[in-house]
Design a protein around this ligand. Sequence first.
Ligand SMILES: [Zn+2]
Length: 147
Amino acid sequence: MLIPARMSEAEEQRWVSVMLDKLAAQESKRVLGDTELAERAERLSAQYFQGRARPSSVRWVTNQNTRWGSCTPAEGSIRLSHRLQGMPEYVVDYVLLHELAHLLVPGHGPRFWRLLDAYPRTERARGYLEGVVAADRLPQVPGARER
Ligand SMILES: [Zn+2]
């Protein structure tokens, strides 16, 4: 097997941009469409709530920056923030389940959290989201975004 000679700076930059494009392509492939999101919600409802939560619509929204998800129980509609796109599946599932649970129980009382206890990664997902919020609040370190 040949060991590639040391790359020139131009080659290296080209290689980096190719790799970044590949990563971006993978990233965008992982984003679920609204239809898949609705199917996912249906599966989660069946698995954790005996199918009792039946949303009329589930979709991504881009105008929601302070909340991860929201729902209107009267309409049965659920909206998830596009900021969740690219986060681990278990986190997206948690937010979906959270909003599905609100179709059954309004507010965040003990009955609500008892529903979410069925999902084994509730605590981990909440920790992940808290970490994202905390990281957003950190002062930007100069140069931290350079490679
Ligand atoms: Zn809630």
